[in-house]
Design a protein around this ligand. Structure first.
Ligand SMILES: Cc1cc2nc3c(=O)[nH]c(=O)nc-3n(C[C@H](O)[C@H](O)[C@H](O)COP(=O)(O)OP(=O)(O)OC[C@H]3O[C@@H](n4cnc5c(N)ncnc54)[C@H](O)[C@@H]3O)c2cc1C
Length: 223
């Protein structure tokens, strides 16, 4: 199979991978994005109940938990929620504030995925789906990434394969494996914000509550 040369190879066409690809492409780098799923941005499509809660105007570094709290400060100083809102407005996507600064699309999360794909096209980024990585090697001349679409040779490699939630959408622990391969310390994972998924009698009894959101204070065994 042929060798595909690029400056930047991004593995993972989710929110993080596409935003990285757009930025690198706008800086004049030749960028390729690969994803093993058949469709890009699947998690974006289901986010916000299908209307993508795409940002929060009240976002500050204090909203993030991190072993390195300074990372969020520098990241948000360079790219604030208002930069993203500017892009959403430039693409003519109608949105509304639900509450507490949460911004949702009026129509559909599909508009956010289309916006990211259009931005990729404008920045000359090429996206390939159904492309699986077989192995990654690093040498003095950059990274060699062996895939089902051939060998990619790149100077910079971005692994944006997301977290473990919802494997049926393509989520894997691939990013953690690659981090370990290159000697990074990986903290144990644990569940974050996830929906309650019910089946059987519980589903029948509680189905009517689906989609209802309200402020609650819950306690269990003193916690
Ligand atoms: C039900 C639900 C609702 C949510 N609602 C919101 C919301 O309203 N607002 C909000 O801000 N956030 C929301 N989130 C969180 C948000 O969706 C995620 O934080 C965000 O999508 C993560 O983006 P990502 O690019 O890091 O990862 P992902 O979106 O998971 O993208 C990773 C990509 O990498 C690909 N991939 C994985 N392994 C491999 C591999 N081995 N080889 C090649 N490709 C691979 C996957 O196919 C996927 O396309 C929600 C999450 C869920 C689960």
């Amino acid at each position: 199979m042929s060798t595909i040369r690029c400056d930047v190879l991004v593995i993972g066409a989710g929110a993080a991978g596409l935003m990285t690809a757009i930025t690198a492409g706008q800086r004049g780098r030749h960028v390729q994005v690969i994803d093993h799923a058949n469709k890009i941005g699947k998690k974006i499509l289901m986010s916000g109940g299908g209307r993508c809660n795409f940002t929060n105007t009240g976002t500050t570094p204090a909203n993030f938990l991190s072993a390195n709290p300074h990372f969020c400060k520098s990241a948000l100083a360079r790219y604030s929620p208002y930069h993203f809102i500017e892009m959403v407005e430039r693409h003519g996507i109608a949105y509304h504030e639900k509450e507490l600064g949460q911004l949702f699309c009026d129509v559909s999360s599909k508009q956010i995925v289309k916006m990211l794909v259009d931005e990729c096209q404008q920045a000359g980024v090429q996206i390939r789906t159904q492309c699986s990585v077989e192995r990654i090697e690093h040498g003095t001349d950059g990274f060699r990434v062996h895939t089902t679409h051939g060998l990619f040779h790149c100077a910079s490699l971005v692994v944006a394969t997301g977290g473990l939630s919802i494997p049926s959408l393509g989520a894997t622990g691939f990013g953690y494996e690659i981090a370990r391969q290159f000697g990074h310390q990986v903290l144990p994972t644990r569940a974050g914000l996830v929906p309650l998924t019910l089946s059987g009698t519980h589903q029948e009894r509680l189905a009517e509550l689906s989609g209802v959101a309200l402020p609650v204070e819950a306690s269990c065994n003193g916690t």
